[in-house]
Ligand binder design. Sequence first.
Ligand SMILES: [Zn+2]
Length: 87
Amino acid sequence: MIALRSLRRTRPTGARAYCELDRWSFDPRYTQGRCPICGWAPDGAPTYPRWLVLANRVDWELAGLLLLVDVLVLLGLVVARAVGLLR
Ligand SMILES: [Zn+2]
């Protein structure tokens, strides 16, 4: 139990920053790398959460267009099969 607690403690729970001026602890990943009260930017703090960086890399419009084309081809095949064009 003690080992589990120490493991949990050493695991990184996220980037926390502490603003001395406001005496406020915050996660810079969700405040665009800055203190939400005074705007102080800690050095080396991540600006965005990792999932947001990955999501911004994906071209969602092109992925949606390809998905739409796939669905339309599938519907076309279903209709062609239903009217007897495909055997
Ligand atoms: Zn501050």
